[in-house]
Design a protein around this ligand. Sequence first.
Ligand SMILES: O=c1nc[nH]c2c1ncn2[C@H]1C[C@H](O)[C@@H](COP(=O)(O)OP(=O)(O)OP(=O)(O)O)O1
Ligand SMILES: [Mg+2]
Length: 196
Amino acid sequence: MKEIVIATQNKGKIAEFKQLFHGFEIRSLLDYPTIPDIVEDGETFAENAAKKAETLALHINQMVIADDSGLQVDALDGRPGVYSARYAGESKNDKNNMEKVLMELKDVPSEDRTARFICLIAVASPNQETKLYKGTCEGMIATEARGANGFGYDPIFYIPELDRTMAQLTAEEKNKRSHRANALKELLAHQREWGL
Ligand SMILES: O=c1nc[nH]c2c1ncn2[C@H]1C[C@H](O)[C@@H](COP(=O)(O)OP(=O)(O)OP(=O)(O)O)O1
Ligand SMILES: [Mg+2]
């Protein structure tokens, strides 16, 4: 079975890539414990995704995919953005991150709680130019967390046309509309270029 290596330690992303990449064996940074932590000091999702993919591709001398993603809230001038993972602190605690966003939006009326998830997938391979593929998913920030599926900010990401949060969707429903699925669609439109 063909293998895809993804430069992530995020178990929620690994699970989704396993669902989205049918017929491939998925390996991640969890399978390469000797790789030092990759510092995400980029100012954009693209910079961080490229750095994660290129760092691991160099170590293992083969093609690597990386995903840098996050939540962009319009009433917070686009925050948390690239700081989504650590929005409430270095512990990268999803519950604390969501509580901080809800607290900052407490006086914001529902019509002004527009937001989106953004995902940049980088593909890096030795001696090849790194390419980036972007996906987004539009929604609103709910007034309270609802649902137990997915990961990260899913419980507060409300999808009006479904009247449910991302965390109230099944994996299959999420994978039909998520920023990660949309970014992967862009990548798979160029799959021959990458020998996938
Ligand atoms: O589908 C999603 N549903 C909800 N929240 C999400 C999603 N996708 C990203 N997010 C949030 C989680 C984390 O707070 C940040 C990702 O940060 P990001 O640096 O890309 O990932 P990470 O540090 O958890 O793992 P890694 O860098 O090893 O891929 O955005
Ligand atoms: Mg990260």
